[in-house]
Design a binder for this molecule. Structure first.
Ligand SMILES: C[S@@+](CC[C@H](N)C(=O)[O-])C[C@H]1O[C@@H](n2cnc3c(N)ncnc32)[C@H](O)[C@@H]1O
Length: 278
């Protein structure tokens, strides 16, 4: 059922068991080396050790990726520039995008600007890769002939709230990511039946979304409690993803303006229903 498997163990070691060039997508959300407590593993290494850890798991990730595969890596601001250099210069991956996840609210600071984002590096193994733009479009702001009125490219700033502590979907994991992030990556970079690997699966977000979207998934985590949590989460009934892009509810600003409406060749697509259906 679900075509998802969750393995408990070290990411680098477990990926050695996966066949070379067999994976369509890697989504990796590693510990950021900021001292988080992940139960049986503490996220605090000397930076040179963390760099070696990053190179080790990335080398395995690269080995299992098909030549047409993509990889998305989450990272905090302290290490992201070094991660970028490792991916581009050490592993010669093709840069595609630097995505900013704007999580809208968080802890406050009095002596500087409060952090409100984490970043995701999107690379591909070669210049030939899958990108299903039509699966991830968001509503256009304006009616214009030259705009694709089925929707716009979502861009590289993704605004989704954290999974709140009071949310029904919240798991007992310190860094659970919203499902909408994984949903967008999975829809854009895979098709149904494709295989995705998440080497740091945590609460199981990637596996749950992959399962809901009929993708195959292998999740790995060092903590047996998180591996069990992920397996249980995949089995829970699925109603909808736990985060909604607020722009999906947006009514285009110029909708009532007949001048703009006249600019649209196909009158049928000017109906507000198109947007209500999104
Ligand atoms: C940032 S969290 C992932 C959160 C996940 N994306 C989610 O939505 O729940 C990182 C995870 O990596 C796990 N981890 C730490 N070191 C690991 C290693 N060497 N191999 C596999 N997993 C590891 C931690 O236990 C933690 O659950």
């Amino acid at each position: 059922m679900h075509n998802c498997q969750v393995i408990c163990g070290d990411a680098t070691v477990c990926m050695r068991e996966i066949e070379a060039s067999s994976v369509d997508l890697v989504i990796a959300d590693p510990p950021y080396n900021l001292g988080k407590d992940y139960g049986n593993n503490k996220d605090l290494k000397a930076w040179h050790e963390y760099e070696q850890f990053t190179q080790d798991w990335l080398a395995e990730a690269l080995r299992i990726m098909k030549p047409t595969a993509s990889i998305y890596v989450f990272m905090g601001v302290r290490f992201i520039s070094r991660l970028f250099a490792i991916m581009e210069e050490r592993f010669h991956l093709e840069f595609n995008g630097w995505i900013t996840w704007h999580y809208t609210q968080g802890m406050g600071r009095k002596n500087g600007f409060s952090p409100r984002h984490e970043d995701i590096l999107f690379f591909t193994k070669s210049s030939t890769y899958k990108f299903n733009l039509d699966s991830v479009r968001v509503p256009q702001k304006y009616f214009r002939n030259r705009n694709n009125m089925t929707g716009a490219n979502p861009g590289d700033v993704w605004q989704f709230s954290h999974v709140h502590y009071c949310s029904a979907e919240r798991e007992q994991h310190p860094t659970q990511k919203p499902e909408a992030l994984m949903e967008r990556m999975l829809r854009a970079s895979t098709d149904e039946g494709d295989l995705v690997v998440d080497p740091f699966v945590g609460s199981g977000t990637t596996c749950r979304v992959a399962s809901a979207l009929n993708r195959r998934c292998i999740g790995i985590d060092l903590n047996p409690d998180y591996a069990a949590m992920s397996r249980e989460r995949i089995g829970k009934p699925f109603d909808m993803f736990d985060s909604i892009d607020p722009r999906m509810n947006r009514t285009p600003r110029d909708l009532p303006n007949t001048e703009y409406k006249a600019d649209v060749e196909d009158a049928s697509i000017t109906t507000p229903a198109l947007f209500n259906d999104w």
